[in-house]
Design a binder for this molecule. Sequence first.
Ligand code: MSP
Length: 517
Amino acid sequence: MSSRKTFYVTTPIYYVNDVPHIGHAYATLACDVMARFKRLDGYDVHFLTGTDEHGQKVEKAAAAAGLSPQEFTDKVSQSFRDLIGVMNFSADGFIRTTEKRHYAACQALWERLVAAGDIYLGKYAGWYSVRDEAFYADDETEVGADGKRRAGPVGNEVEWVEEPSYFFKLSAWGDRLLDFYEKNPRFIAPESRRNEVISFVRGGLQDLSVSRTSFSWGVPVPGDPKHIMYVWLDALTNYITECGYPDESNPLWRFWPADLHIVGKDIIRFHCVFWPAFLMAAGVATPKRVFASGWWTTEGQKISKSLGNAIDPVAMSAEVGLDPLRYFLLREVPFGNDGDFQRRALIGRLNSDLANAYGNLCQRVLSIVAKNCEGKVPPKGALVEADTALLDRAKGLLAVVRAEIDEQAFHRVLTSIWEVIADANRYVDAQAPWALAKTDPVRRDTVLWVLAETIRRITLLIQPFMPGSTAKILDQLAVAPAARAFAAFDTELVSGTELPKPQGVFPRFVEPAKVAS
Ligand code: MSP
């Protein structure tokens, strides 16, 4: 077994009531960048995603599609699995909550909760939202002008439910949770979400209904199979199922507790209140951090099935290129904030940040090198102040980016890197290597070496965001695969190394002309 530091990152597991859209791809993309960054930084990484297949919402969607829940979930789960390939996600595991190993983990956790005295049988009478798969207290609901009662973060409709139910004694966990948040200030991010969770818990917690009897698509409660487990208890358990729970001798158990759960802002209550309470009650270690991402709208509108405005990540990446799409999603909006997906903004960034700034820098430098330096890494002569200034900025980036990655500040990572790209472009203009060709070829070679070396460093750091394009750029610099990890960040390009013929990596995107109809 490896003695390297472990890093375990998870996505929310996706309900299979619908095919994936850009909002779903977003959380997984953020996890992918975390996983790739940590792997390059020498960690032993496990990156988990998957599908949440039980519950009333999925049961209803299956019925509407005229399929059995199992047939339906097999089909839709596959579309989430396919998205991994489409988006070049480096997931290490894919979990489905309909797997046997997951039933075993849920039932083992349930038994631990019963043994700890935290579960009792009672009767639930209250509001339930099938869309949120969540219970709401009376004062959390509101009757709208249309006479419909709604609740929750996006105002989904609720219905009255009355049925025998097992309860988890959440009311007894309030103080211990508040103490836990205080001792673990990094547990919930961003800060605004942390405040939201703390004030919810301070408001007093009610016992939580954790089983249902009015339908059957779920994990049976051990010893009382008329009941199935509440879908959120079942779903949250996926994170430990993957590590082998309850078998702590499973090699993947080394990854627990998770370093980071990335979730949407609508599901923090489940992850930051229920989940640590279940784990503490069962005597299992709690995850280290939950980061809540914001929500995307498209062109100012909520993404919705009925509006048919969901951006399909498959079609979008086929049109503009996968890496530009990955870059845009993490650059455009500070991670944690809501964002609006605008096509114009995407094309704008693609052309300005990628084609003009980064792509052009690589293309200019590599084509001058190909023409003037026999297609080899040029000789490095004596460095002047302008050279060391640029090289030092590129060198300093690793520490900056590391710190920003640990805060999930992806937009800041990219801004920091692009500032150095802008410096490098200014340096090209100021040094004008094409003019030096006639007057001072030795100096020209040094300028080109400084630029190639700067491109190597920034490209190493961009790898987690745009793995395909950066691999092509590193190939053009003849950086060996083993020298692409951050352990090699402080090496240097070796003068005289043969370089392959350069090729542009980020073409400009031109909107297709509209055909008059
Ligand atoms: N199955 C639960 C999660 C269980 S985790 C133990 C669930 N599934 S979901 O499919 O409805 O949502 C999955 C994630 O996608 C959530 O984090 C949600 O916030 C996110 N998004 C859904 N629509 C989104 C946008 N429009 N924009 C960004 N993220 C969005 O909740």
